[in-house]
Design a protein around this ligand. Structure first.
Ligand code: KG4
Ligand code: ZN
Length: 336
């Protein structure tokens, strides 16, 4: 079964064709990073307008790259939430238009289900993750610990009570004067600094909680920077990044460990933009070793937003013929 996926929930206009939920045949993504960088973050109105400019050419290009036509497509999958409403509406409207014009069935996909499904995709014929597994989703908008069953259904164990992990990365990057999106830059600098230079707080919350909180950490980093500047001391950017990353990773690993023990999971999957972080990948692999279970990650290029993950997430539903109606809407907030 070949599914055309469309993703426009934030600042990437992406289309992909995925075979049987696991094999990526082609993907085209128009990134808006340069467009938003000068504002220090995504400007929703600018994002939706650019999606309108890009969507048709991105879809047409993915057909050319896959050397396919509509006759090769069995279903159309599209992110219907959560995300920026204007951005989501462009993808949903395009998908509905294509579905109406071609008679192909439609599947509305939850963006987080997409991030989880990214770990089930392979780029080189290898094997991706197969549910059931425990999944930590860490992106710019979300930090969620999910138990995923064999039928790709989710039970939410916990999530952030304030900032998402990626949001904390981006905010700290901004405090340090690094360009948007700051996560990858903080990751690079962290590898050149001392993780024990500053004792930033680790919010572990109650003993039995699978929730997260990163706003205190962000404030602690801010206070340290302000204190040093007021004293005329240099801010050692590499050390701040390394110490911040150590605090984030320690909390993410500790909560995942608790959840793995609690659920008896045999596999831990880490997904979302922050799953591209090298420090987090290393620490999660170490945790899996300690628990004698396996740790799996999506291919790096499928960690951040993309349409392949949306097509992959739609596959279990498409196999059962559980289609969305043409009245499908876009939702800025959408429960899993
Ligand atoms: O999943 P994603 O593309 O968008 C959302 O759905 O939010 O994630 C983007 C987030 C940004 O906050 C970005 O800074 C962060 O992922 N990110 C990273 C790394 N690469 C991307 N954070 C830490 N280390 C990285 N290497
Ligand atoms: Zn995302």
């Amino acid at each position: 079964m070949n599914i055309l996926g469309i993703e426009t929930s934030c600042d990437e206009t992406s289309a992909a064709i995925v075979q049987d939920g696991t094999h990526l045949l082609a993907q085209v993504t128009a990134s808006q990073i340069d467009l938003h960088a000068r504002f220090g973050g995504v400007v929703p109105e600018v994002a939706s307008r650019q999606h309108v400019v890009d969507i048709t050419r991105v879809v047409e290009q993915v057909f050319r790259d896959a050397n396919m036509t509509w006759s090769n497509i069995d279903a159309i999958a599209v992110t219907c939430g959560p995300g920026l409403l204007g951005s989501l509406l462009v993808g949903v409207s395009a998908a509905k238009g294509y579905a109406l014009a071609t008679g192909k069935p439609l599947v509305g996909v939850h963006h987080i289900a997409g991030h989880v499904a990214a770990a089930m995709l392979t780029l080189d014929g290898g094997t991706g993750a197969t549910p059931p597994f425990l999944c930590l989703v860490v992106s710019g908008g979300h930090t969620e610990l999910l138990s995923v069953d064999a039928k790709f259904r989710f039970t939410r164990l916990g999530g952030t009570r304030d900032d998402a992990a990626g949001e904390a990365y981006d905010k700290v990057a901004r405090l340090l004067g690094l360009a948007y999106p700051g996560g990858p830059k903080v990751d690079d600098l962290a590898h050149r600094g001392r993780p024990d230079a500053f004792a930033f707080p680790r919010a572990l919350l109650e003993d039995d909680s699978f929730d997260f909180s990163f706003s205190g950490l962000k404030s602690a980093v801010n206070n340290e920077i302000v204190k040093r500047k007021n004293r005329g001391q240099a801010v050692l950017v590499e050390d701040v990044c390394a110490s911040f990353q150590a605090a984030v990773v320690e909390v993410l690993v500790e909560k995942t460990k608790r959840a793995a023990v609690h659920t008896g999971a045999r596999t831990i999957v880490v997904a979302g933009g922050v799953a591209a972080n090298r420090g987090l990948r290393e620490a999660m692999s170490q945790l899996a070793k300690e628990l004698s279970i396996s740790a799996m990650f999506p291919p790096i290029e499928l960690c951040t937003d993309n349409a392949a993950m949306i097509a992959a997430a739609a596959y279990p539903r498409a196999k059962q013929g559980r289609w969305s109606p043409l009245s499908l809407n876009a939702y800025a907030q959408l429960p899993l």
